[in-house]
Design a protein around this ligand. Sequence first.
Ligand SMILES: *Cc1c(COP(=O)(O)O)cnc(C)c1O
Length: 430
Amino acid sequence: MNKNVNLNLEARAKTVGRPETSLALFGGNPIVSPGRIAPWPATKRKHLKALRTVVESGKYHRANHPIVSDLERRLTDWAGNWSVRAVGSGTAAIHVELDYFKDRGNRVVTAALNWPGAVGPISISGLEPVFIDVDLDLAGIDEGAAASCFEPDVAAVLITHLFGNNIFTPRLRAVGRTRGIAIIDDVCQSIGAIKNIVNGMYIDSDALALSGNGAKHLGAGELGFVVTKDPNLIQHVDHVSLTSSSRNGARIFSPNSQGYNYRPNVFSAAIARSRVKGLDKQLQKRRSNATLLWNMVEHLPGLVPLFDPNDHHQSMLNFPLRIDLERFGFPAGPAARDFVVKLLQAEGVPVWVWLTKPVFEYLPGIRKKWRAADFPKTIKLLDTMFYVSEIAPPNDAEVMKLYADAFHKVWEVLPRLVSNTRKLQAPLEF
Ligand SMILES: *Cc1c(COP(=O)(O)O)cnc(C)c1O
C-alpha cells in the first residue's frame, strides 16, 4: 500500500512544475557519490589477522576457546562491574536470560516498539508478552505505564534500548525491585549501556543482552553476550546451550541440557576481540559525527531527533530522526516520511526506515491479541521515524557535511513540493 502512495506523490511532484529536477530522484546529480561512504562493519586488514589467529590455533570451535575466553575478559574489563559470557547471538542471550528468570511468573512486560528478535524468546521461554506503549522522547518503554502493569504474575520486564539510546527508566527499575520482577536490558544496540553511565553508576539490571552481530558496535558476524553480576546466570548459559560438557572439554553429556547449542562463533569472537581496544574511540567518533550532523540540520523545519545527540553517553549505533508531519501539513501515516527518505536516498544518503509495525504484528503466535490502535505513540514513531546509518568511523566530518548538504537540498524544495501538490484540484491521497 505504501508503495502506491509514494508513486502517487512522486508522480504529482513531477507534474506540478520542474524546479525539483535538480533533485537526484528526478534526474539531478546526487550529492553523495557512490563509494564515498565506508559501510559498517568497516572492513580492515587487521580482521584478516584476527581470523588467522583462529586458523593457527588449530581449533575452530569450543565455548572455552582461548580466543573466546580472552574476549570475555576484555569486555569484562572494558565495562567493569559485570561478568560476561559469550553466546551464539544477542537473541540467544535474551533467551538464556528469560529462561533463567521464567519461574518468577508467566508474563514479560516490554515495549510495543521493539525488535521482533528480542521479543521472540519470550514465547520460546513459555512466557506471555505484555506490550506497553513508548515514551516519545525515548523511543523506549513508557515507565509509568509499564510499572502499572507489574502484577504478581509478571516474571520480568524486558527493556529494549533502540538505536544506541539509553533507557534508564529509574522509577520502573525501582518498582520492579520491590515486586521481585527480573530486570532484563536488551542493549544489543547500546553497548555503552554496560558502562557506568548513570551519574557514574551502573544501570540497575539483573541481566543485559548484547549482540556482536555484523551490524552492531562489535561488528563481528554472529555473536552475543550474557552480561550479569549473577554467577548462577553465567552458569545457566551452559544449561540452556551445551549438550556435552564441552566447556571443560570432558566427553560427558549434560543430564539437564536444553540443547540449544548457543556456542559463540570463534571466528566472530576473534574479530570482536580485535575491536574492544578501539571501542571507546569508535563510540566517541559515532557521537561526534552525529552531533556534527545534527548541528548542521537542526534548524530544518519539522526535523526532530529521537533523542538528544549532544548527550555523550549514547552509543549512536544509528542516528534516528523523525519528521514532524503537522509542521508540513502532512496528514498522518507513513507516506510523507517514506517520500522524504526516498528523496534523501536518491541523493546518496544512507537513510533507512527500519520497523514499520508494532512488534506483535511481526509475531503470528500473539498477533491476534493486540491492536495497533492501542499504542498511539508507537504508531506515531513508526510512521515518522527513519535513521541515518554509517555514522561510524572511518566516516568523518566531511562525510557528515555531505549528508547535511543533501538534507538541505531536499528541505529547500520540500515546502514547494508540498504546496505545489496541494494546488492540484484533487485532494492528496495518502
Ligand atoms: C540485533 C538485535 C538483537 C539480536 O541480536 P542478534 O545477535 O542479531 O541475535 C536483539 N535486540 C535488538 C534491539 C537488536 O538490535
